[in-house]
Write a protein that binds this ligand. Structure first.
Ligand code: KIV
Ligand code: ZN
Length: 532
């Protein structure tokens, strides 16, 4: 009988061998890690973002794991139109049928079967002989192939499996109907050289190797997941399994954005391509951090806050002469608006002048000397000198007390599950006080609304970030707010042990900048304000 779902010819996949398929498992391997769980709505939002990003296969979950997982996979399967939607299943009839049912509405569906093959897992986890492992895998593939368009078979702990046995299992899997063979480094144990060797071996020894796609799936226990994945690609793997921000079990999975950008930046070396719209990498990474509440380290490659930031004076000077001196890709390639020359105690005159010009100030040489001296004094006290500090210095104000508005009183009230209220009393430099109160969705929202009322400013936020800038119970939190007005983003920062107060200070920093701007000379035209 012919499988009604099976598409015997997915023509482009068969002939375009220079394309690496991106198999995203953020919603399965990533979501199952502690701290990263998402509800159904969040999963659907993430799935739509991943499809827009251009992933080829999206592993939406493990339908047999829970009714909620089943429902999430089914909803994603019904919604996505371009990406292949995949459901994970053990080699057990119940799992397979459940995955098949969850994927019923999908335009392109895949069941991802997995079974351990390593001696350690065979003996201690499965209690199965080699022959039993092969029989179980074959029976599962034969059952799954009738329930979806394509079947992937994963040999769990493949990198600690005897290569001859792995080739035997994979040969049987091809004969049973699997079209993708995945060799996971389940415990993040292998090295790039071993990876290259294994994939080369498999491509030579698996019967029917030319009819299937080989896939890698690497964990990051020794910090080599991305390097191992790239080694697999060099040895012929044409599917890579990965997650946004590298989230996943224990130390995580190989990071999608790092793999994709390595393949793009080093295209002449790897000679392969992906379908990822790389300009969506950063927005997708940010969406995940918002949905899970888990940020990425500042120095995370591609999407970390420092990935396109330079503070050293020598680097900044080089960047201003030619960006290629210290950047191998442009921030816009990954969806980040601009390179940031962070102004701190390591920065020099060139970067300071560039930033002042970007902010609309053109100091002459004498004024520049005075600004530089005040900047250095402030940079010695603060980790980072922000735009609002620089503007105050350029206007001859004290950056630590630059008005016209300052906070005199701040009160907030919030109830679990209800709205919040805030009242503020602000003092203007001309001596008059304004008190206002507002309600909001939470205390932060309420404070922003109250400040808007008191000052008449419009604080429609485009970004809001809070992070700890010191440790311990009395840690200081830094709030960074961004507001867009016309063509320009205005950023404000506030630091306090109370994050609501830090937010209020950041909001007031923006209000003050906007008001000082209307009171002082007009800014330089936007072209002169462009960042690097
Ligand atoms: O790490 C692993 O082996 C897995 C399999 C289910 C593919 O996640
Ligand atoms: Zn895994």
């Amino acid at each position: 009988m012919k499988n009604p779902h099976r598409q015997d010819e997915r023509s482009d996949d068969d002939v375009v061998d220079a394309r690496v398929r991106i198999f995203d498992t953020t919603l399965r391997d990533g979501e199952q890690a502690p701290g990263f769980s998402m509800d159904r709505r969040a999963k659907l939002r993430m799935a739509q973002a991943l499809e827009a990003l251009g992933v080829d296969i999206l592993e939406a979950g493990f339908p047999q794991a829970s009714p909620d997982d089943f429902a999430a996979v089914a909803e994603i399967a019904r919604t996505l139109k371009n990406a292949t939607v995949c459901g994970l299943a053990r080699c057990q009839p119940g799992d397979i049928d459940s995955a098949g049912r969850a994927l019923e509405g999908a335009a392109h569906s895949r069941i991802h079967l997995f079974l351990s093959t390593s001696p350690l897992h065979r003996q201690h986890k499965l209690n199965m002989s080699k022959a039993q492992v092969i029989d179980t895998a074959v029976a599962a593939i034969e059952r799954a192939r009738w329930l979806c368009h394509e079947v992937e078979f994963s040999a769990e702990d493949a990198l600690r499996t005897e290569p001859e046995f792995l080739a035997e299992v994979f040969s049987a899997a091809v004969a049973a109907g699997a079209t993708t063979l995945n060799a996971p480094d389940t415990v993040g144990y292998t090295t790039p050289a071993e990876m290259t060797e294994l994939f080369g071996y498999l491509r030579r020894h698996v019967q029917g190797a030319d009819k299937v796609v080989f896939s890698s799936h690497c964990h990051d226990d020794l910090g080599m997941a991305v390097a191992n994945t790239l080694a697999a690609v060099s040895a012929g793997a044409r599917q890579v399994e990965c997650t946004i921000n590298g989230i996943g079990e224990r130390a995580g999975n190989a990071s999608l954005e790092e793999i994709v950008m390595a393949l793009k930046v080093r295209a002449p070396y790897f000679g392969v391509d992906t379908r990822i719209d790389t300009r969506k990498l950063y927005p997708t990474s940010r969406l995940l951090t918002q949905l899970t509440g888990q940020g990425v380290p500042r120095n995370k490659a591609i999407v970390g806050e420092n990935a396109f930031a330079h503070e050293s004076g020598i680097h900044q000077h080089g960047m201003l002469k030619h960006r290629g001196t210290y950047e191998i890709m442009s921030p816009q390639d990954v969806g980040i608006a601009e390179t940031r020359l962070v102004l701190g105690k390591h920065s020099g005159r060139a970067a300071l002048r560039q930033r002042l010009q970007a902010l609309g100030h053109q100091p002459d040489d004498a004024a520049m000397e005075a600004i530089l001296a005040r900047f250095k004094a402030l940079a010695d006290k603060k980790r980072e000198v922000h735009d609002e500090d620089l503007e105050a210095i350029a206007l001859g104000l004290d950056p630590e007390a630059a008005g016209p508005w300052r906070i005199v009183q701040l009160n907030t009230n919030s109830h679990l599950g209800g709205s919040a209220s805030a009242s503020v009393k602000l003092r203007h430099d001309d001596g008059h006080d304004v008190g206002e109160a507002a309600i909001g969705d939470g205390p932060v929202d309420a404070v922003l609304r109250a400040i808007e009322r008191a000052t008449g400013a419009d604080l429609a936020l485009t970004d809001f970030q809070v992070r700890a800038v010191s440790e311990g119970g009395d840690a200081q939190g830094q709030a960074q707010l961004t507001v867009r007005q016309g063509e320009r983003d205005w950023r404000g920062h506030g630091v306090s042990t109370d994050i609501i107060e830090a937010t209020a200070l950041a909001a007031l920093a923006i209000v003050n900048r906007l008001q000082r701007r209307t009171e002082s000379a007009p800014l330089a035209p936007p072209a002169a304000r462009a960042h690097l």
